[in-house]
Design a protein around this ligand. Structure first.
Ligand code: NAD
Length: 484
């Protein structure tokens, strides 16, 4: 079937957390918007195969672990019985419900949704390919590319066997493997490894770097590593996978340690989580003059414009962390660019901040979160910083939750006391980091944060007490010698 040639003033390609906020904000600003995505449920990878299903399953995993941990308080439950079909159906209903919400909001904003794969055929039109073989042409005046990212799959980890999974496959919950090899000790490997561990799989993680979560501060990673040592069968750092071979009984992996030792082990399934790359290949971008970096990232200016000025880009296709909230922030910026180019005087200044504070959260148990300057990057830049730490073992709330395994830390300027970065590890750290974002974004000092009254007994007190500790005034810690 042919859809023929249609015309749209503004097209957004991709309906993930970069694309749909762009479409919504543009529609609110008065644009006639067409949103093109090849998925039936809008929301992108984040909603369909990423953030939301993984967090739903991590919620279940935490429930399983917390129920078991209550034995320490004298309350015992039996072993969990897992009905995989029901769990999968619950997760899928959640996705469908949220997707329906996004669709409803799009319809209410009079956004046209086109379910099709779009590829640039020239600088002003997309070739459309629908799910039932439909074809068409969509001409546009302005285009925002928001096609997200896809998993990296190195050749050594690519074999034709469905037991070797990426994160989307793993979130389908086809089965609970007895032994699961997780390649990559980053965000996805640790989050999904935690899910499968709670469901009953024996997890082996291999990470090529010297520690888990390279790039995160080591004092934050340590409590998480200790917890994962309990949850996982093995964690091997400075180890990579040389080859995977498909056997009827399982997948045979050849692991190579940093010292060159080789070791062969069989697993029921393998999850490859070694990073993601921008989903920009085969979109016709370069052919139409849109400049890409060697890694596939679209080059954009501070207004979100590509080298073809009426084509803009947001989210994982651009430089920067591949995080949904960063993509949604980009969306705000490009809509301001579009609005200004319409000559609207309702939008002041530019909102694409050159150095925004983008929080990172790993939703393991305990969670790990940080924002702003990390101690590691300060060291890398030879920048003088002071650090104040508040171990959660001194928090009444953490103790009453049975979770003293956390740490709150502030990285601050030794001369002004300005908070430059906040790092947290502990249960609920992903929620708590929002306060850190405000503190760093609003250039608060340790004095300001320490003086702000935090409710007792809450985990948030560990942040204000870290700030007080910076000034030698923490109640539950002895004064530091280098207090401000
Ligand atoms: P990642 O970059 O977080 O981790 C990949 C890990 O794999 C790294 O530690 C790397 O050193 C290791 N590695 C690479 N090649 C290897 C090999 N051959 N053998 C062993 N280890 C190897 O990537 P990811 O976990 O795939 O996640 C991709 C991106 O998705 C993340 O960067 C993040 O931006 C995003 N994400 C975010 C969240 C969240 O916000 N909670 C969750 C999932 C994914």
């Amino acid at each position: 079937m042919s859809w023929g040639v249609q015309h749209a003033p503004l097209v957004v390609l991709g309906a993930g957390p970069g694309g749909y906020p762009t479409a919504f904000a543009a529609a609110d600003a008065g644009f006639d918007v067409t949103l093109v995505d090849d998925g039936h449920v809008p929301g992108g990878t984040c909603l369909r195969h990423g953030c939301i299903p993984s967090k739903a399953l991590l919620h279940v995993a935490r429930g399983v672990r917390e129920a078991a941990a209550l034995a320490d308080c004298g309350v015992e439950f039996g072993s969990p019985r897992i009905d995989l079909d029901r769990l999968r159906a619950w997760k899928d209903e959640l996705i469908a419900g949220l997707g329906g919400g996004v669709s409803g909001l799009a319809t209410a904003r009079k956004i046209k949704i086109v379910v099709a794969r779009g590829t640039l055929s020239d600088q002003n039109s997309l070739a459309l390919a629908g799910p039932a073989g439909e074809t068409g042409q969509l001409e546009f005046e302005q285009l925002v590319v928001a096609t997200g990212s896809i998993p990296v799959r190195p050749a050594t980890l690519t074999i034709d066997d469905e037991r070797v999974m990426d994160s989307s496959d793993a979130l389908e919950l086809t089965e609970i493997p007895g032994k699961l090899l997780v390649v990559g000790g980053g965000y996805i490997g640790l989050e999904l490894g935690s899910v499968y561990a709670a469901l009953g799989s024996r997890i082996s993680v291999v990470e090529m770097e010297s520690g888990l979560l390279p790039g995160a501060d080591r004092d934050l990673v340590r409590p998480l590593s200790r917890a994962l040592d309990e949850q996982f069968e093995s964690i091997r750092t400075q180890t990579s996978v040389d080859s995977l071979e498909s056997r009827p009984e399982g997948i045979e992996a050849t692991l190579v340690s940093g010292s060159g030792e080789r070791d062969c082990e069989r697993f029921d399934r393998v999850l490859v989580a070694v990073g993601r790359r921008p989903n920009t290949a085969a979109l016709g971008l370069q052919e139409c003059g849109v400049e890409l970096r060697p890694g596939g990232q679209i080059v954009v200016d501070e207004h979100g414009r590509t080298s073809v000025s009426h084509i803009l880009a947001v989210g994982d296709v651009c430089d920067g962390p591949m995080l949904a909230h960063k993509a949604s922030d980009d969306a705000r910026g490009v809509v301001e660019t579009l609005t200004r180019s319409q000559g609207s005087d309702t939008v002041a200044g530019t909102s694409i901040a050159s150095d925004p504070v983008i929080p990172a959260v790993i939703f393991t148990d305990p969670e790990l979160a940080w924002c702003g300057l990390t101690e590691e990057s300060a060291k890398g830049e030879s920048r003088q910083v002071s650090v104040a730490r508040m171990p959660w073992s001194a928090s009444g709330r953490a103790q009453s939750l049975g979770r003293p395994d956390g740490l709150s830390k502030l990285v601050f300027d030794p001369s002004t006391g300005q908070i430059l970065g906040v790092g947290l590890v502990g249960v609920g750290a992903g929620e708590l980091i929002a306060e850190g974002v405000l503190a760093v974004e609003q250039k608060m000092t340790v004095e300001m944060l320490g003086k702000a009254i935090h409710p007792h007994p809450t985990l948030s007190e560990t942040i204000s007490e870290a700030a007080e500790h910076a000034r030698g005034r923490a109640i539950h810690m002895l004064p530091r010698r280098d207090k401000r």
